[in-house]
Design a binder for this molecule. Sequence first.
Ligand code: SF4
Length: 474
Amino acid sequence: MATLAPMTLSEKAVDFIDDASLTSLVEATEPDARQVQDCIAKSLAKQALSVEETAVLLNATAPESVERIFEAARQLKRDVYGNRLVLFAPLYIGNACVNDCAYCAFKRSNPDAIRRTLRPDELRQQVTALENHGHKRLILVFGEHPRYDAEFIAESVRTVYSVREGHGSIRRVNINAAPLDHDGYRTVKAAGIGTYQVFQETYHHETYARVHPEGTRKGDYLHRLDALSRAMEAGIDDVGIGALFGLHDWRFEVLGLVTHALYLQARYGVGPHTISFPRLRPAAGVTLDERYRVSDDAFKRLIAILRLAVPYTGLILTAREDAALRREVMAFGVSQIDAGSRIEIGGYTEAGDAQCMEREQFQLGDIRSLDEVMRELLQDGYIPSFCTACYRLGRTGEHFMEFAIPGFIRRYCTPNALSTLTEFLTDYASAETRAVGEQLIETELAAMPDGTGKRRLQDVLARIRKTDERDLFF
Ligand code: SF4
């Protein structure tokens, strides 16, 4: 019988979040220009910032300082990630849940939520539809419920990898689900997942207790804060942290995320693979508390400061945000976005143009198709990438960092991005998108130095265009 994982902790589990200290940091005075410049210089040297240094940037509100922070974030994004943007799609598997989180449409006390769990055949249909759109990377999302135990999650992952539609295949499956125990993480890892995400939602203890009722599993602050420590001890070295912005002071949450990242780095030798920063969105059966609503201006600063604080951690911007804002903030350091997303259970085959709030966890801001998003990215000079090479060549966790830091990764990232882009243009793109995409590839090739690397890449692109060969990477 499916059961929820025992609520165990990692060895030496500790609550490393000191509310008083973080609160005093965000209440500090405006820093002088010298302090701001020193922090920026450290980031541009690709060194992670301390919590105190991150607070300096958070407290810098003078227009000239804010502009300097924006410019530095744009520069660091170019230096570390170039003009690539990695694409994925969310796939909600089931919304049964034992928790009662105040901000969520799936909370157990919401009578309007339409409860559903995809059957294996329905899961295959969703994946087939996603492959026919051109997706290669998915994140599977689950409520917290005995039905979604480690074995169920692992079986869902295996089902996703087994679906092959034409030239389509899903090559990396990430997970956003409830915290597990060590055995549970080993079971899910063995199914071949990429990143395991668990968001703390809010690092502020009092707020956490207010929005996560006592007696629910998610009501246990330390069990959740420790979730990814257990994952790392169980061998999952790509983990994703996140906070739900709008529950408490956004500056406090940024410091909470940086504290968490530095804690994992110090304890396990590798920080989080990704950080997510979703903003509260309207949701069925939810009354939003607007006290800590994050304005668009603050949201831009939030992303730029995170970029500078953790140079090598991927930053994920989701389709919660509307298209115009996404387009603007991507330059501040975002490295991954979802596109062509539908979050209704069964949404990739059943959802029409309008969103059905009773079937969603929250309302999406951007429901454009993957092809539309690809075209806009290409017009803005980005290389949309579905690359999964590092994960499949074992360049993960610490090994990924070893590779990424010297900048070698660039030698691989751009060619791999162009290879997966060529697959999309050849197999799935509209004529308009193909034309913009082929132009961009020519521009990228022209900018590359002549030599073996360029010749190998041109050979790969030609094979994709002219033969049935796919999934060619470096
Ligand atoms: S946020 Fe997650 S755990 Fe909380 S009610 Fe929603 S689905 Fe359940």
